[in-house]
Design a protein around this ligand. Sequence first.
Ligand code: SF4
Length: 363
Amino acid sequence: MISKNYFKSLGLAEILEKVTASERLSIDDGRKLFECPDITAVGALASMVRHRLHSDKTYYVLNRHINYTNICVNGCKFCAYARERGEEGAFIFTKEQILEKLRSAPVKPRETHIVGGCHPDLPLSFFEETLTAISEEFPEAPIKAFTAVEIAHFAKLEGISTLEVLKRLQKCGLVMMPGGGAEIFAEETRNKICPKKISAAEWLKVHSEAHSLGITTNCTMLFGHIESIDERLDHLDRLRKQQDASKGFTCFIPLPFLTENSKLEIEDPLTGLDELRTIAISRLMLDNIPHIKAYWVMLTVKQAQVALQFGADDFDGTVVEEKIGHMAGVNSEQALTRKELEEMIRGCGFTPVERDPRFNLIS
Ligand code: SF4
């Protein structure tokens, strides 16, 4: 337990008062937290919020990730996953191959997670047929699929609005969207790392449309590349403003940038402590988003365990097969079992709680 006086000595007395009173932190508060010399004090504040919201619960899901293609027209500078059509390593799955992946999952999934690249001519009807087939065969594994970037890409290919795309996919079983493609909202930096990707305003608009239809979504931030601390704080602030307006974000996923196979050259790669500090500050700034994920695929399992002490309350899930982070060079496992997830969570002093994609608890 850290004393009030110690927080005062770090210049965090006012922030402690706000956190205790559940008041919103300002961007300046966020800056102070990034500058605080004692990361454990920042973690302690985030833990206060995490325990108030979730007590000692840590959530996980039995999920199956499916990355249906890595052929992508966007060519983001940081991406180690995408390929051009015909390039070595390019792949695309058929509907039958996707269904087979779900059939062969080691445990019956309770969430189907589907994302991929922006393929130049895969029609929306392919996704409608695939989602319908999954919904019929795996009704107990609700579908969380497609980033806002993919939704906007489908809309462009079909010549229809993003709202129309969402409505059509919802009819086929889409209940939730993952939060990818947000990267960093600050325009100048976004244009440098992913110039062809939809703008921050478009990303937020697609999520707002999904929320208006009752499709809940996650949200992300890619950090630790060329963005500044102020840009991280601006990103978090834009997310919480969007949440004030449309209220459909369920979970925030801080994604550390992986340097290994990326074409983007970074002078100062992230340290483990930077990761933990950013996760803790995310918990503190995003007062209106219920969950913060320790995404073990990108963080590694051990760092994800530590993140539970820095404000995170969700450990993601079994995953089974993940290509995006692993092609970027992440050195984590491909899959975890329920037993491993529960043991890891218990080993950190938390109680594992199984959930579905929308964080409904599964007894
Ligand atoms: S990050 Fe996504 S949109 Fe960008 S190139 Fe990679 S797969 Fe395509």
